[in-house]
Design a protein around this ligand. Structure first.
Ligand SMILES: Nc1ncnc2c1ncn2[C@@H]1O[C@H](COP(=O)(O)OP(=O)(O)O)[C@@H](O)[C@H]1O
Ligand SMILES: [Mg+2]
Length: 144
């Protein structure tokens, strides 16, 4: 468990178990990129006082949560905006999870913060056996 306080006084808590050491590098890189984008969004956009990052291994999955108590946003609107004009952080995160055969959930309510929950299977590369399903889910088409 790590606890940081940034220059503006925000409380950032990071909880990651030692069971995450030695995972397949494709899984580690995917987790790193997802946390990097979600944390950077929380720092840049949320004005939260507290940001929690948790990662742990649960069965055959790495579960990641990035939760802030900031101002929240309208996810559907942000998506529509991103499709029109850049701002591809959220889309890239979704796509990365889908390609890894994982699950992605974002819940945000204006005024009530943002919660992102991700599950990445440890057998990530195997899931590429279904590239069509993964690609379809990456573009939001759901399970075929
Ligand atoms: N944790 C968050 N709290 C508040 N707003 C957020 C958060 N994450 C994303 N957003 C909103 O969603 C938009 C899209 O995010 P993103 O796709 O990462 O693009 P970018 O960070 O480049 O603006 C952001 O511009 C911001 O308005
Ligand atoms: Mg971003």
């Amino acid at each position: 468990m790590g606890r940081l306080r940034d220059a503006t006084g925000r409380d950032i808590r990071i909880e990651a178990g030692s069971d995450l050491i030695g995972l397949p590098s494709v899984v580690t890189v995917a987790c790193f990129r997802i946390i990097q984008e979600a944390l950077s969004n929380a720092l840049k956009h949320s004005a939260a006082e507290r940001i929690d990052v948790r990662a742990s291994r649960v069965g055959g999955l790495v579960r990641i949560a990035i939760v802030d108590n900031g101002k929240g946003f309208d996810v559907a609107k942000a998506h529509a905006r991103a499709c029109r004009a850049g701002g591809i952080g959220l889309l890239t995160m979704r796509e990365r999870v889908a390609l890894a055969g994982g699950s992605f959930a974002i819940n945000s309510t204006p005024g009530h913060g943002t919660q992102i929950h991700v599950g990445i299977p440890l057998g990530g590369a195997d899931s590429l056996a279904s590239p069509v399903a993964n690609a379809a889910s990456a573009v939001g088409a759901g399970a075929p």
